[in-house]
Every structure is written in C-alpha cells, then in structure tokens.
Write a protein of this length. Structure first.
Length: 285
C-alpha cells in the first residue's frame, strides 16, 4: 500500500514538473486604434502597418503565448513605468524611456511628420524632397491648418511656437480626416501629417480627384528607427533577448522589407525606406 502511495506521489510530482517545463510564458502586446498603423475594425481590420509586424512577431516567437491588450499610449506608458508586463512593438527610444524600459535591436523605421500638399503647390516650391517649415510658415501664398491641441513632435512644436506670430498656419478644432478633405477642396494649401496616415485618410474619405505629395521637413531628422520595448524587469529582459534573436532571423526576409513599406505610396518615402532598411536594419545588431 505504501509503495502504491509513494508511486502515486512520484507520478503527481513528475506531472507537475512536466507541466511547468512545457507551460509557455505569455507576452502581452499593446494594441491601439490608430489607422493605418493599427486597424482594429472595418474592411482593413488587421492590415495596418503595425498589425503586420505584430503577426510576424507572434508567428516567429512560438515559445510564447501571445495576448493583445487594447489601450491608449498614456495608459501604456503609465503601466510601463510601474513594470507591468506589457510590450510595445513600435516605439521610439529616448534617454528618459531607457530608464525604465528594455529596448530591442532596431526593429523597423518610421518617417516623421511631413508637409502634405497638392502636387501643383509642390511644383511652386520647386519640387523639393525636403523644405524648411520655418520658411514655409511665413510664405503668404500658402495657408495651412493644424489640429488644435496636437503635438507634432518636440522639434516641430518648438518651431511652431517660435514663428507663431508671423505664421500662415492656424489651429482649428478639426480632425485629421477633415483637414485632408479641406486640402482636397483647396480651402487650405498644406497640412502637417505622417505621410501614410495622410494617404490612408485620403483614400478613405475623399474622391481622390487630386494627387497629393509629401515633402520632408528640413528641421527634423528624415526618419526614426523604432524598437520593441518591454518593462525594465527580469521578465522584460528575457522577452527582449528572445525578440532580438527573432529579429535577426526575419529582418533579412522580403516579407519583412515589404512590411516596412506598407501603406507608403509616395516615391520619396519608398526610396528612403529602402535605403534605411538596407543600411540600418540589415547591417545592425
């Protein structure tokens, strides 16, 4: 009888050990409703730029379970500072965030806010690939509108404040979609927006009778590298180590390069993305 009980206990212990060994840890991923970066509903659901990266990461990290958590950025960064086990797949690195986050090797790139205009107005400027926003803001032949209360990046915000008194830019309580529609109708000459967001909104909410173009802004970098980030905990460090190995494997693939180009349509952006992909992603660790 004692032998049977002992054998049963041994079997139970071995079972528990096996469960622990085979149980997968879970990576919680932040998702946010921000088309076309992430598209959570409608015909394009799951086809956003970040949606494609998220699918690739989850497919290539089979040693983990994956759980998507919808939240806004304010909620995410508050939780990250408190060490909550949630990762962000497309984030910018800065010194302040490095105090409480682990970052992967470069994962992707994003182009910053650009000047969006009709092609006919870009021609008036000489068809530049990049142009001084400070100069454009005081050119009286062009009128632009910005979203009220929105930050356009630290560098652009400083520039806007410095030239506010003489600027042709006004602030309005308009959505990005409304500004795109005003641009198409010729009520304004330019807006400042992420190129892929501007083009997505144009394709969804205008008649597409006018061809828009994108001009880089002289005063800011032409691109930013993005990273996977997890809280600065032992758990976060382990996840980032796994993510780095995964990125080294999938970054050279045609599928991954295509994901970086997703939703970009302007030739200037495609050319720059392909250059950055080759020099910053394929050749970096």
């Amino acid at each position: 009888m004692k032998k049977k009980i002992t054998s049963l206990i041994c079997i139970m212990l071995l079972t528990l050990i096996a469960v622990r060994v085979t149980a997968k840890e879970t990576i919680n991923w932040m998702v946010v409703d921000w088309p076309p970066l992430m598209i959570l509903e409608g015909d394009d659901k799951g086809k956003g730029l970040a949606d494609v990266f998220l699918t690739l990461y989850q497919q290539n990290l089979p040693q983990y379970k994956h759980h998507n958590m919808m939240m806004n950025f304010a909620r995410y960064w508050h939780g990250a500072k408190n060490g909550e086990p949630i990762c962000n797949l497309l984030t910018l690195k800065n010194q302040g965030r490095e105090d409480y986050m682990h970052f992967s090797i470069p994962a992707a790139m994003t182009l910053p806010n650009s000047i969006i205009m009709k092609q006919e107005n870009i021609a008036k400027l000489g068809n530049p690939k990049s142009y001084s926003l400070a100069k454009l803001m005081v050119d009286k032949q062009f009128i632009g509108i910005l979203e009220s209360g929105r930050s356009y990046s630290q560098q652009i915000d400083v520039l806007l404040n410095e030239h506010q008194a003489s600027s042709n830019l006004i602030r309005g309580v308009n959505s990005a979609r409304q500004l795109i529609q005003m641009l198409e109708l010729g009520r304004i000459e330019y807006i400042i927006e992420y190129p892929y967001i501007a083009d997505y909104l144009r394709s969804q909410y205008t008649k597409q009778t006018q061809q828009f173009g994108s001009i880089g802004i002289d005063e800011i970098p032409p691109y930013y590298l993005t990273y996977v980030a997890c809280p600065k905990t032992d758990w976060g460090k382990n996840v980032i180590d796994s993510v780095n190995q995964m990125l080294l494997k999938i970054r050279p693939t045609p599928e991954y390069r295509a994901a970086n180009e997703r939703w970009y349509v302007y030739p200037r952006e495609i050319e720059l993305i392909r250059h950055v992909y080759k020099t910053e992603l394929l050749d970096s660790r």
